[in-house]
Ligand binder design. Structure first.
Ligand SMILES: [Zn+2]
Length: 357
């Protein structure tokens, strides 16, 4: 506190809250870096000289990160009686995600192994409960997919940091996952991935722990990290929906929505093309789930992962995204079936949800 402008009560308060949070975290590294780039200072009271260099915050959490996550922070310094003090720190609007769940309101932390969970202090669903639910869901996901379990993960369900909602469908709105990245001390060089973060909407945490579906859906994306946009959306979202619902199956489900049959009839019987994904989110996710369920129940999860790897390999080799133009080829090579037949089987699954015609 000795290096903070003493006349600024608001700044003293936010910095105290910030360092209180930092003391609760399982920190292995925490340092600032600075470059000689000068930026426009935030207004500080009085006429003393102000300076805002480019400042980077580097934070590494024990086991949840392989190196510190680096975030540019907006700090302005002011010279009072010959000493440079922190005069302001503001959260700037940015297009770059800033994952700083530790900056803002007080947080609670729960850790176990390489899983770290942060919630607002006093939240209805506490960090410990969310951690337990996440661990269980993670085990279920890796079980269904038959993949090795433990991977470092930070779950952020606080009101701090990243925007809670991104522009996605209902299925993904409650939570989403992003990579965390490291830079050199001065921010000039990229140093690769620091870890993975699942951002849960603090308003939806109750819903997240009530049923396993949403949490499992997001954790499937996390476990299958690295496929991302090299696969068509119906492939990545389809498997996330399938795992979310497991052991439930569309084949054994019924819906009471009387409009479903008509809505489906208006839709071309196709595996959803990348450019069309999102135009009818409800049917996009439902049909994706059906395509995945058809492929997994008929051929197994190992084959599905083989398909995802082939999509990724082709995407890298031919420099394309979302399986654009290669769906037929991939399905033929991995399964020996046509895209048309997978689409038909998926639509049949969705059609029978409404019961006999
Ligand atoms: Zn998703």
């Amino acid at each position: 506190m000795a290096t903070i402008d003493p006349g600024n009560a608001g700044l003293l308060r936010t910095q105290t809250a910030f360092f209180d949070n930092m003391r609760r975290l399982p920190l292995t590294k925490f340092y600032y870096g600075m470059s000689r780039t000068g930026l426009a200072p935030t207004e500080v009271a009085g006429d003393d000289p102000e300076l805002r260099p480019q400042v980077l915050e580097h934070v590494q959490l024990r086991r949840a990160m392989v190196r510190p996550v680096s975030t540019e922070v907006a700090m302005t310094f002011v010279r009072r009686e010959g000493r440079w003090l922190l005069g302001a720190e503001v959260l700037e609007k940015s297009t770059v995600p800033r994952a700083r769940p530790w900056y803002g309101v007080p947080v609670d932390v729960a850790t176990r192994g390489d899983l770290v969970v942060l919630t607002d202090r006093g939240a209805q669903v506490g960090a410990r409960e969310l951690l337990d639910r996440t661990r269980t869901a993670l085990e279920e996901v890796t079980d269904v997919l038959d993949l090795p379990g433990a991977q470092p993960l930070l779950v952020d369900a606080t009101s701090n940091g990243l925007p809670a909602k991104v522009n996605q469908s209902d299925e993904d709105a409650g939570a989403y996952s992003i990579g965390l990245y490291a830079t050199s001390r001065d921010g000039k060089q990229d140093r690769g991935k620091a870890g993975e973060l699942i951002r849960a909407n603090p308003d939806d945490v109750t819903q997240l722990v009530e049923g396993p579906t949403t949490l499992r859906h997001e954790l499937t994306h996390f476990v299958l990290d690295g496929f991302g946009d090299t696969n068509p959306q119906w492939v990545t979202e389809g498997i996330a929906q399938y795992v979310g619902l497991y052991p439930g199956l569309l084949a054994r489900a019924r819906v009471t929505d009387p409009t479903l049959r008509a809505r489906l009839a208006d839709r071309p019987v196709e595996l959803t093309a990348p450019g069309l994904w999102g135009s009818d989110p409800f049917l996009d996710y439902l049909t994706a789930e059906a395509f995945a369920e058809h492929l997994v129940t008929r051929f197994g999860t190992a084959k599905y992962l083989e398909m995802m790897r082939l999509f990724r390999r082709i995407a890298v080799q031919r420099n394309l995204l979302l399986g654009q133009g290669v769906v037929d080829e991939v399905l033929e090579r991995v399964y020996g079936v046509s895209a048309e037949s997978v689409a038909r089987a998926g639509f049949d699954l969705v059609e029978q949800l409404s019961g006999p015609a």
